[in-house]
Design a protein around this ligand. Structure first.
Ligand code: ACO
Ligand code: LMR
Length: 272
């Protein structure tokens, strides 16, 4: 019989061996030709999930990407990317320094938000019980809180995503729960709003539920970091914009001003 050569790699998303490569079976020419109806949301659903999602879901994915594309030069990642570009580094080098700031505090709280809110909702916790549970865990609730946005200065991005969901999602049980949690947290401090990371994480769970994914499948998405990937992808657009901006402006190397640093170095004789 035929002896199969053991393979070092397995690929289940694309195949480049034929006349043209396919994304989850669909030829690139079909996906990339205008008028065939494939959006960037479709490309993501094919290559990340090996399915063609319905239009309300791919439009949601695309809305998320557009929503997180940039939030100005002052945020952690854009700042890093700008400083690196000004040190004379390339687009790719500057981009990765920006991306490396994405994590539990900045942009990368999406998987965490999905995980903890889903856990609380699956276990029928009340919003108060959930807040206390997270306090006991000793970690800030992922998806809650913002440096500049608050009840009095609402995040329009969050409002936009909620509006989209109200109009197009069949149901939003996890978002409904998260909004009750937000009432609880904002009653303590007005900046403890459901933030853009939280809203995306929670609505993605609602989307996957509506698309018929099982609990196990959704938990696997969360555990593998799928949700933060939406922010990583989207914010790369903005970071690249900031890097090109630096190059266009020909800005010199950056050095942080002394008067903005509190120097508290001990004297030699104080060091034991
Ligand atoms: N859950 C519970 N309590 C919180 C949370 C939270 N998520 N965030 C802040 N607090 C509390 C703190 O415990 C602290 O309480 P205290 O005054 O009694 O000590 C108080 O609020 C202030 O905390 P800071 O960390 O100083 O708040 P800051 O405004 O600097 O933090 C941040 C903003 C980093 C976003 C924070 O709210 C947080 O870590 N949230 C969770 C992570 C998250 O969702 N990040 C994504 C933000 S959106 C984005 O990056 C695109
Ligand atoms: C962002 O999208 O980068 C933010 O929500 C973080 C911020 O502080 O603006």
């Amino acid at each position: 019989g035929k002896i199969r050569k053991p393979r070092n790699f397995v690929c289940t998303i694309s195949d480049d061996r034929g006349e043209e490569a396919v994304y989850a079976g669909i030829p690139i020419s079909q996906v990339a030709t205008p008028d065939t109806g494939y959006s960037i949301g479709d490309v993501i659903s094919l290559l990340w999930f090996k399915k063609r999602y319905p239009k309300w879901a791919t439009d949601f994915i695309e809305t998320v990407i557009k929503t997180v594309a940039d939030h100005g030069p002052a945020v952690s990642g854009a700042h890093n990317a700008k400083v690196t570009a000004r040190a004379g580094k390339s687009v790719v080098e500057s981009l990765v320094t920006g991306l490396l700031t994405i994590g539990p505090r900045f942009g990368g709280a999406i998987d965490g938000a999905a995980k903890y809110f889903k856990y609380a909702h699956d276990n029928n916790m009340s919003p108060k019980e959930f807040v206390n549970y997270m306090k006991k865990q000793g970690i800030p609730i992922p998806g809650i809180g913002h440096r500049i946005k608050s009840v009095r200065n609402p995040d329009k991005r969050v409002e936009g995503l909620k509006k989209y969901a109200a109009e197009y999602f069949p149901a939003t049980p996890l978002l409904d729960f998260a909004l009750e949690v937000e009432k609880e947290t904002t009653s303590k401090k007005e900046n403890l709003i459901l933030n853009v990371d939280g809203t995306i994480g929670i609505l993605m769970v609602d989307m996957w539920r509506a698309l018929g994914y099982t609990d196990k499948e959704i938990n696997e998405f969360i555990e593998s970091g799928t949700l933060n990937a939406f922010f990583i992808l989207g914010r790369s657009i903005g970071f690249i914009g900031h890097i090109l901006d630096e190059k266009r402006l020909g800005m010199p190397m950056y050095r942080h001003p002394w008067d903005d640093i509190l120097y508290q170095v001990e004297k030699a004789e104080e060091i034991k």
